[in-house]
Ligand binder design. Structure first.
Ligand SMILES: *Cc1c(COP(=O)(O)O)cnc(C)c1O
Length: 446
C-alpha cells in the first residue's frame, strides 16, 4: 500500500501558486516559505491520522492565515473596561506625552552644537517640581532601588521594618532585591508593630542606611504601629545615617479629591528631610515607565557615577513622556494627565455614559444593562479602597468575554457571576463610540 504522505504537495508547488507572489512581497520570501512548511507539517500530522490529502490551494490558504496572524500588532491597543485604572498587564497608567520616534535633541546642546546631558531636562523639572536638591531617572523603580543600594550599601547593612518586607507581583521581593544589590538586610520590629527604639538599637558602624518601604499592595490594620518619617529622619541625622524611602506608587495629589484616603505626596516626603525618595513613573504620576530618585546631592551623586547606571538608562520616549507629564504638574494642571482625567470623572457622568451605552447596545440586539459598580486604582496603590463607578453588563460569561477580547479593538472586561462587567472608570469618554461598536460587533446576534 502506497504511503499517503507521499501524495502531499511539495513546498515548491505551494510556493509556485500565483497568489503566493503577493504574499512574498508583503511578508518576505523566507517568512512565506516557513509558513508553508508549517502548514505542511500540520497537514502531514492530519493525513497520518487518516484525513484526506489537502490541495496546494488549501495549504496556501492555511499558510496565509499563519502569516496574517503573525503580522498582527505586537502590542494591540485595547479598551480597558476592567475597572482597574492602573492595570499592570494593560500597560499601567495611560500616559501623558507621546512617543519620540524620530531624531530629537536628546543629548545635544542646540546653542553650542556640542554634546548635552541626556537627563538634564527631566532633572531640572523634577528639582523644581519636588523641591529637592538633586534627582535622577532610571528604567523603573525596581532599578532605582537596586542602583541606590548598590551605590550606597554594597557590603553594608540596611535597616528595614518587618512590616515592610514586601513582595510585589512578578519577582520583586524586597529581601531578594537587597541581596542582589549586595546590601545586608537587618530586619527590625514585628510584622504589625515597629518602634523607634527598634531602629536605634541596631544602628552601628556597618549601617549604610534606613530604608522605608511603601506597603503598596497590602494594608495593615488593628494593633499596629509604625515610626513617622520625622522621627526616623531625626534618628538618622543623630547617627549620621541616611533615610531612604521607596514610595512605589508615589502620590502627587490629594487623593481625597477622588474619594480615596489621602497619602503623603512625594513633595511632602522630600520636605520631611529624607535623603532620597524613589517612585515609579507609571503609577500615580501617570507617566511612562521610569524609576525616579529625588533627594540630597549626597544621595544622588554616587548614583550618577555608578557603573550600573548606564545599564539602567531610560529610553528617549520615556524621557520625552516624563518631561511632558512633569510639565502638567508644574503648570498646576494635573487634569491634563490622562490618569487624573479618568479619576476625576464624576458618578453622574459615568451613569449617563453607561445608560447611553446600554441603550445603544440594546438597539443593536445585545442584552445590556447599566449598573453602579466599584472600580479600583490598582498597580499596587490603595489596595483596600474602591472608587464609585458605572458599568454596562452583558450576558454570556467567559465565552462573551473571550469574544470581546478577540474584537477590534479588543475589549477587556471582568466576568462576575456569569456576566461580563464593562466598567467605564478606565474608559475615556471619547472611546465610548468605539466601545459600543466593538461590543456590538462581538456580541450582536447575526
Ligand atoms: C511598584 C513598586 C516597585 C516597583 O516599581 P516598578 O516601577 O514597577 O519597577 C517598587 N517598590 C514599591 C514599594 C512599589 O510599589
Amino acid at each position: 500500500m502506497a504511503n499517503p504522505l507521499a501524495a502531499l504537495p511539495a513546498v515548491h508547488r505551494v510556493l509556485a501558486l500565483e497568489t503566493m507572489g503577493g504574499e512574498r512581497a508583503r511578508y518576505g520570501p523566507a517568512a512565506v516559505r516557513e509558513a508553508v512548511r508549517e502548514a505542511l507539517a500540520g497537514a502531514r500530522a492530519r493525513v497520518a491520522r487518516g484525513a484526506p490529502i489537502p490541495t496546494p490551494e488549501a495549504l496556501a490558504a492555511e499558510a496565509l492565515e499563519l502569516l496574517t496572524r503573525r503580522a498582527a500588532a505586537a502590542y494591540p491597543a485595547v479598551l480597558n473596561a476592567t475597572g482597574v485604572v492602573i492595570h499592570t498587564n494593560l500597560g499601567r497608567a495611560p500616559r501623558a506625552g507621546g512617543v519620540a520616534p524620530g531624531y530629537l535633541a536628546l543629548e545635544y546642546d542646540l546653542a553650542e552644537g556640542t554634546r548635552g546631558e541626556r537627563l538634564a531636562p527631566v532633572v531640572t523639572r523634577l528639582v523644581r517640581y519636588l523641591g529637592c536638591e538633586a534627582a535622577t531617572v532610571v528604567t523603573n523603580n525596581a532599578a532605582a532601588l537596586v542602583l541606590l543600594l548598590a551605590a550606597h550599601a554594597a557590603g553594608r547593612e540596611v535597616i528595614v521594618s518587618r512590616g515592610e518586607l514586601i513582595e510585589i507581583g512578578g519577582s520583586f521581593r524586597l529581601p531578594e532585591i537587597m541581596a542582589a544589590s549586595g546590601a545586608r538586610l537587618v530586619e527590625v520590629g514585628c510584622t504589625n508593630r515597629t518602634h523607634l527604639e527598634d531602629y536605634a538599637r541596631v544602628i552601628g558602624d556597618a549601617t549604610a542606611g534606613i530604608l522605608v518601604v511603601h506597603r503598596s499592595n497590602f494594608s495593615l490594620d488593628g494593633f499596629v504601629a509604625a515610626v513617622g518619617l520625622p522621627d526616623l529622619v531625626e534618628l538618622g541625622r543623630s547617627h549620621g545615617v541616611p533615610v531612604w524611602v521607596d514610595q512605589g506608587s508615589g502620590c502627587h495629589l490629594d487623593l481625597g479629591r477622588y474619594g480615596l484616603r489621602p497619602e503623603p505626596t512625594v513633595r511632602q516626603i522630600v520636605a520631611a528631610g529624607v535623603d532620597a525618595v524613589l517612585f515609579s513613573g507609571d503609577k500615580l504620576l501617570g507617566g511612562p515607565q521610569a524609576g525616579i530618585v529625588a533627594g540630597s546631592r549626597t544621595a544622588i551623586a554616587p548614583l550618577r557615577r555608578h557603573p550600573l547606571r548606564r545599564a539602567l538608562r531610560p529610553d528617549k520616549s520615556a524621557l520625552v513622556g516624563l518631561a511632558a507629564t512633569l510639565d502638567c504638574y508644574l503648570a498646576e494642571r494635573p487634569e491634563d494627565v490622562p490618569l487624573y482625567r479618568l479619576l476625576a470623572a464624576g458618578e453622574p457622568s459615568l451613569r449617563r455614559r453607561a445608560r447611553a451605552l446600554a441603550a445603544r447596545l440594546r438597539r443593536a440586539g445585545v442584552e445590556a444593562v447599566a449598573e453602579a459598580t466599584r472600580a479600583v486604582l490598582g498597580g499596587g496603590t490603595t489596595p483596600d479602597q474602591t472608587l464609585p463607578s458605572w458599568a454596562v453588563t452583558v450576558t454570556g460569561g467567559d465565552a462573551a468575554a473571550a469574544r470581546l477580547r478577540r474584537g477590534r479593538p479588543p475589549v477587556i472586561g471582568r466576568v462576575e457571576e456569569g456576566r461580563v462587567v464593562l466598567d467605564l472608570r478606565a474608559v475615556f469618554p471619547e472611546e465610548d463610540r468605539m466601545l459600543a461598536a466593538a461590543v456590538a460587533a462581538a456580541l450582536a446576534p447575526r
